[in-house]
Design a protein around this ligand. Structure first.
Ligand code: MOS
Length: 727
């Protein structure tokens, strides 16, 4: 199976039979288990920690506090660390749930029992809580962010006379849209196993980036990166919360060094809600000004997001407004609202995901005001070049995506008025989809053996997105082998370095490196067979001239040359591709919802997502990614929120009970995913861009727009829960 074929998941059987080994499945001889004691107050100091009762528990070996931990060799500042302080280095408490002690036991049960019996005395200080959800309050609380390494775009951007244009616009929308903090909730909680041999450290971790863990921990211990090996065979979902180094990874390694035994820490769900990242609350003030036909004169976008007191994480929602529509003027601003909360982080479909909630809701409001079809309003403001920079797109087939998606949905033929189906009022809505294109340098090695099998080696990670299937598929096409003859070795910092598995970047970067490595093998083999590399093709174990049926058995060619195997290497270097072009993925989403106004119920009935993402490597896994994204977006629209209790200074949830996310009964069977026929070889030699996160964008706005169509209620505060819908 080669590029473009719907190969089913190679890793399916091991994933559903328990054959796949995750970090929490691993044991090392003489290993200790760690369990955290976390702060119960949001701000203050640790006065004293009494661990005498804890040590009396059978099986408890040590309780480590800030008094036991040695300081890092370098300051922990910025990525790859998730925040710029290391817990257990001092007595200060910056948020509820911060680790303040680590109980180590011979069993997990002993460690947990020990952690429960640690007694802590605190000196609370004044808490800085999140502001009330009122724009004027947030506007007062918000500060210009300082870049401590956690933002990747400019916090302010202006073009043209935005102020003047908004004030003078004949048609104007000014509205505030908000969304609550949300946690990632991957199926596998974060886990780490740290083991020292002399001054060499081996870390098994559930991570999206083994090299980040390697470089970060090497710096922390002042040892060369070669002395740190990071292994991640499988990561059980991540959604962004495993992209950086969180406290457990550093603290497990420090603890293992102190006690001179391997230490494994598997976070509890409570830990995941206590000191790991989440998507912060984001409040966005949008302004649109347009003429009678809806042609935009101005877009303004003012964003405030929650962050910790130590670092400014910025959720760059304004990037949506910067990239989607042609407009002569724009004014974009990002600010931070600091509070005693855990540090937020990127969560699936960050940046444009939240941004489109505001922008695409406001566009719908403008369309309604003007009496223009929402789709026509988007087409009237189509950006043929990057609206912020004027640069050409590497590829963009959003017009086709709108058109083909509208046809599949029946958008043009839809009833203009909402209609009734029993107790349900049926409405329709649409929105544009948009996502950044992230590209990271990556390397791969492909070894072809004389027996017709091959191995791919690349230090990428499996987070469950299908990469275990598509990388063999890419190599298979070039080598003329079945995918099942190709083994993939990954998830190890000893392998050729590959980029992180986030930003929907793996296929573009790692896929291109695998392609290049396989092509290198083919080229070497061609030379052995006295063919020019450009004209050789491999199929069914033979190498021959493209377009002819003759050829030589590969095994014979290798035999004659005395080669047992041929090793090819390949790289992807983003600086060598697409310079001067702006890159995004695009799409359109059309939804049909039902609202029961008496009970406040909201149902998603039918979805069409139509996407412009470049070449599709595997239509089956790509579709699965986008369906997953759409469902994620539906959760954002109607269910997800991590409620924060200001009096306790913490998120209320400490486990999955009461956490609403879409389950099977909430998900319509009628979800159509369509790809526009497109190849983008400027973005990557693979011809594709990212698919992972795009599907989650635009959904919340499309749903809210459909709710407005059905009920006349404009909901600007997510999620759209029943109390907002009851008459
Ligand atoms: Mo994602 S936030 O790119 O893991």
């Amino acid at each position: 199976m080669s590029i473009g074929e719907p190969l089913s998941r190679i890793d399916g059987p091991i994933k559903v039979t328990g054959g796949a080994r995750y970090t929490a499945d691993l044991r090392a001889p003489n290993m200790l288990h760690g369990a955290f004691v976390t702060a119960t107050i949001p701000a203050g100091k640790v006065l004293a920690i009494d661990h005498s009762d804890a040590l009396a528990e059978p099986g408890v070996v040590r309780v480590l506090t800030h008094e036991d931990m040695f300081p890092p060799k370098t300051t922990v500042a910025g990525p790859p660390f998730a925040h710029s302080f290391l817990p257990l280095q001092g007595d200060e408490i910056r948020h509820e749930g911060q680790p303040i002690a680590l109980a180590l036991g011979e069993t997990l049960e002993a460690a947990e029992a020990g952690a429960r019996r640690v007694r802590v005395r605190y000196a609370p200080t004044t808490v800085q809580p999140p502001a009330a959800l009122i724009w004027s309050e947030l506007d007062r609380a918000a500060v210009a962010p300082k870049n401590s390494g956690y933002f990747f775009f400019e916090p302010e951007f202006t073009k043209g006379k935005a102020d003047q244009n908004l004030a003078g616009a004949r048609n104007r929308i000014e509205a505030v849209y908000s969304q609550p903090s949300r946690h990632h909730n991957p199926m596998e909680p974060s886990a780490v196993l740290a083991q020292w041999r002399g001054d060499a450290l081996t870390i098994y971790a559930s991570t999206q980036h083994v090299y980040a863990v390697q470089t970060g921990l090497a710096a922390l211990f002042g040892i060369p990166p070669e002395r740190v090996r990071v292994i991640s065979q499988h990561t059980g979902g991540a959604f962004g919360v495993k992209g950086l180094i969180w406290p457990q990874e550093a603290l497990a390694a420090i603890a293992a060094k102190i006690v001179e035994r391997p230490v494994r820490i598997v976070l509890s769900r409570a830990n995941m809600y206590s000191f790991l990242g989440y998507q912060p609350r984001i409040v966005q003030k949008m302004g649109l000004g347009a003429d009678e036909k809806g042609t935009l004169a101005v877009v303004t976008h003012d964003v405030v997001n929650l962050t910790s007191v130590t670092d400014d994480f910025i959720e760059f929602a304004t990037e949506a407004s910067k990239s989607l529509y042609a407009t002569p003027s724009m004014q974009l601003r990002q600010r931070a609202e600091r509070a005693h909360v855990a540090m937020p982080t990127a969560m699936r479909a960050p940046v444009e995901g939240p941004g489109l909630w505001a922008l695409e809701s406001a566009m719908d409001e403008l369309a309604v005001d003007l009496g223009v079809d929402p789709l026509n309003l988007r087409l009237a403001n189509y950006a043929d070049a990057d609206p912020a920079t004027g640069a050409p797109w590497s590829s963009k087939k959003l017009r086709e995506a709108y058109d083909q998606g509208a046809r599949l949905f029946g958008w043009r033929e839809r009833p203009r008025a909402p209609w009734r189906d029993g107790d349900w009022i049926i409405g329709h809505g649409m929105a544009s989809c948009l996502m950044g294109t992230f590209r990271f340098p990556s390397h791969a090695r492909v070894t072809l053996r004389r027996d017709g099998t091959a191995v791919i080696e690349t230090g990428t990670q499996d987070i469950g997105t299908g990469t275990l299937t598509i990388f063999p598929q890419i190599a298979a096409g070039v080598l003329g082998l079945p995918s099942s003859s190709i083994e993939l070795k990954m998830g190890d910092s000893k392998l050729p370095e590959a980029g992180p598995t986030y930003g929907s970047s793996s296929t573009t970067g790692v896929g291109a490196a695998v392609l290049a490595a396989a092509q290198d093998v083919r080229g070497q083999l061609a030379r052995l067979a006295n063919l020019s590399p450009g004209e050789a093709t491999l199929a069914d174990g033979r190498i021959g001239r493209a377009g002819t049926t003759e050829g030589f058995p590969i095994a014979d060619v290798m035999n004659e040359a005395g080669e047992r195997e041929i090793v090819g290497s390949g790289s992807f270097d983003p600086t060598q591709h697409g310079a001067g072009y702006s890159m995004r993925t695009f799409g359109a989403i059309f939804v049909e919802v039902g609202v029961d106004p008496e009970l406040g119920l909201l149902r998603l009935r039918r979805v069409v997502g139509s996407y412009s993402v470049g070449r599709i490597i595997n239509p089956r896994t790509a579709r699965a990614q986008l369906v997953g994204g759409i469902i994620w977006g539906w959760g954002m629209a109607a269910m997800e929120q991590s409620a924060f209790d200001a009096s306790l200074g913490r998120f209320l949830s400490k486990n999955l009970a009461g956490v609403t996310i879409p389950v099977n009964a909430d998900i319509p069977t009628d979800i159509t995913v369509h790809f526009v026929d497109e190849i983008d070889e400027k973005a990557s030699p693979i011809g594709g861009k990212g698919v992972g996160e795009l599907g989650a964008t635009g959904v919340a706005a499309a749903v809210a727009n459909a709710v407005f169509h059905a009920t006349g209620k404009r909901i600007r505060d997510l999620p759209i829960t029943p109390e907002k819908l009851v008459a």
